[in-house]
Design a binder for this molecule. Structure first.
Ligand SMILES: Cc1cc2nc3c(=O)[nH]c(=O)nc-3n(C[C@H](O)[C@H](O)[C@H](O)COP(=O)(O)O)c2cc1C
Length: 147
């Protein structure tokens, strides 16, 4: 987990491009205004840090893919762990990355009205996703939003 600092240390050690994929539980009662504020802050800070990515919100959960320089990723992950608009952050995967997937997005946003991760899961046993590979299924879903 990120709270003990080890995930951030690992990100800091990434020399070039890296990524983090995490899920978290949204604070109950988050409203459209709160989402707007999150995205506004995220986009301006990500631009300053050279980060791009995608945030999906569905059924009280957040799924976020962040990509960019390792030190920027570590800084944002440190902020995210203290943000009370969500909790129970679980890093599903992280590591080096060959190329950006969300080149044009300082933070792409989607929610259930746009695309459903749960529907994607329901279909994924017939798709290219390895059964039981939860992180892999989330990545495939988020990558489908980049197109
Ligand atoms: C679900 C969620 C996603 C967020 N995504 C980002 C992000 O991509 N980049 C970012 O800088 N802040 C993001 N934030 C906001 C940070 O948690 C934090 O409030 C902001 O970066 C300011 O950090 P600071 O208070 O440490 O200066 C997100 C917050 C939430 C709740």
């Amino acid at each position: 987990m990120t709270s003990d600092g080890s995930a951030s240390d690992e990100l800091n050690r990434i020399g070039g491009l890296g990524f983090v994929l995490y899920r978290s539980t949204a604070r109950p009662g988050l409203e459209t205004e709160d989402m707007r504020a999150i995205l506004k802050a995220a986009r301006s800070r990500n631009q300053a840090l050279g980060l791009t990515g995608c945030l999906h919100h569905e059924d009280g959960l957040f799924f976020q893919w962040l990509e960019g320089p390792g030190d920027g990723l570590a800084r944002v992950m440190a902020s995210l762990t203290h943000d009370r608009r969500h909790d129970d952050i679980r890093v599903l995967d992280q590591g080096p990355l060959d190329r950006r997937r969300f080149l044009d997005w300082h933070m792409r946003f989607s929610d259930r009205d746009h695309a459903s991760l749960m529907d994607w899961f329901a279909r994924s046993d017939t798709a290219t996703v390895h059964p039981g590979d939860y992180a892999g299924a989330v990545v495939s879903f988020l990558m489908s939003l980049a197109r």
